[in-house]
Write a protein that binds this ligand. Structure first.
Ligand code: PLP
Length: 435
């Protein structure tokens, strides 16, 4: 159906009159009205049901409207809706424990923020204060958030208009075999050359000026480039050699997305600071944070940490995190994501890649996959997004890629339904690219 219900038409009209949208020229914004959602599905303003292969902004790891999380928020709202961060609160303490138990190594303390960008802001502040050094190295092809430091840490074109020049950020190239910056022909070459490149950047920038290397465990929005075996461990080694803090941004990869609680733990690499948000409570209430290692926490044992937020560790957000992590554990959600990736998405996407000439590469793990078109141009994407939505599939796209990032709770049948629709979207891509 195409016609919006009268209520949805009113929603659309109010949005267009009063809501200022992210990352957009306001006159071009044309939002889809969403009226309800459940599990892996959302309903638009005309009553159409769409399979959510985007998890919104890759955050509803537990799917929509999980009853245990919804009930925990309602129950907490009745009991104690808000409390300032200086007071102790049961849900905050419990959320911190559950997170600390799942992060690798000695990341045992949690500083809570409102989302991922401010988590990265604070992680960088902790690294600079604890080392007394100014610079941070981050990757080209990365996304770290929309606030001033975070957007300057980011290595995608959204940084350009926000470049402050004073952010003290230096960018480097990470491994990306499909369009290798290092002319590598194997994964191993890509790994060795990417590490050699980073070693040179550190050398030439001056190791003693570098507070931190900050990187996404697997770059998400920038293309889901799974690092070759040994890369993350190699970065850890370089950081150790020079006394540089390793910050792993697991905002998108954390809490089941890749079929593990965290990529760092899965790969046996312990960062000094780990940032999270999104899947920590599936975004039912905004929450992010920094998990802090013992030695960085110790730096602030006797001197004050100069940072805070009114809503740090908000009880509604933390109650949602406790319920969400507990539900993921009880319902085997992380294992489900791993199995769906290994048995359904991985093999079936490989078949789609073989069948559709428009597809250049598919890559990923768990419920975290990118379908990269062979063409580097992104001009066909609006058409493909429109095609997908008409078919009943809500995709996540960036540049020349369609990301397959459904909730970690997706069933095999739902995943196969979505792939069948994606197959049709790629038929359209074949037509457009061959044109
Ligand atoms: N870091 C990564 C890897 C992200 O994917 C995102 C958001 O997409 C962020 C940080 C920023 O998080 P937020 O939008 O909650 O500030």
């Amino acid at each position: 159906a195409n016609a919006l219900s009268p209520e949805a038409a009113r929603t659309y009209e109010l949005d267009r009159r009063h809501v200022f949208h992210s990352w957009s020229a306001q006159s071009t914004v044309d939002p889809m009205v969403i009226t309800r959602a459940e599990g892996c599905y959302v309903w638009d303003g005309a009553g159409n049901r769409l399979l959510d292969f985007s998890s919104q902004l890759v955050n509803t790891n537990l799917g929509h409207q999980h009853p245990r999380v919804v009930e925990a928020i309602a129950e907490q709202a009745r009991r104690l809706a808000t409390v300032a961060p200086q007071h102790a609160n049961d849900q905050r303490g419990e959320a911190a424990r559950l997170i600390a138990e799942r992060t690798p190594g000695d990341l045992d303390r949690v500083f809570f923020t409102n989302g991922g960008a401010d988590a990265n802001e604070h992680a960088v502040r902790m690294a600079r204060l604890s080392t007394g050094r100014p610079k941070v190295l981050t990757r080209y092809r990365s996304y770290h958030g929309g606030t001033q430091t975070a957007i300057n840490l980011t290595g995608d074109p959204r940084r350009w208009a926000n470049d402050s020049g004073t952010a003290g950020v230096v960018h480097f190239f990470g491994p990306y075999r499909y369009r290798s910056h290092f002319h590598a022909e194997t994964e191993q070459q890509e790994c060795e050359r990417a590490l050699e490149h980073l070693a040179q950047v550190i050398e030439l920038e001056g190791p003693r000026t570098i507070a931190a290397v900050l990187l996404e465990a697997i770059p998400g929005t920038a293309g889901i480039m799974v690092p070759p075996p040994g890369y993350l461990a190699g970065v850890r080694e370089l950081c150790d050699r020079h006394g540089i803090v390793l910050i792993m941004d697991e905002v998108m990869t954390g809490f089941g997305r890749t079929g593990a609680w965290f990529v760092s733990g899965d790969e046996g690499v312990v960062p000094d600071l780990l940032t999270f948000a999104k899947g920590v409570n599936s975004g039912y209430v905004p929450l992010g944070g920094v998990a802090i290692s013992e030695h960085i926490a110790a730096h602030f044992a006797e001197r004050p940490y100069p940072g805070g937020l009114t809503y740090s560790g908000h009880p509604l957000a933390c109650a949602a995190a406790v319920a969400s992590i507990t539900a993921m554990e009880d319902e085997g959600v992380v294992g489900n994501a791993r199995r769906i990736g290994a048995e359904v998405l991985g093999p079936e996407l490989a078949k789609l890649a073989a069948r559709h000439p428009s597809v250049g590469e598919v890559r990923g793990r768990g419920v975290f996959w990118a379908v990269e078109l062979a063409t580097a141009a992104a001009d066909v994407m609006p058409d493909l997004v429109g095609t997908a939505k008409r078919l009943g599939l809500l995709p996540f796209t960036n540049a020349n890629r369609i990301h397959v990032v459904p909730p970690c709770t997706i069933t095999e049948a739902e995943a196969r339904d979505g792939l069948a629709l994606l197959d049709q979207v790629l038929d359209r891509a074949d037509e457009l690219v061959a044109r």
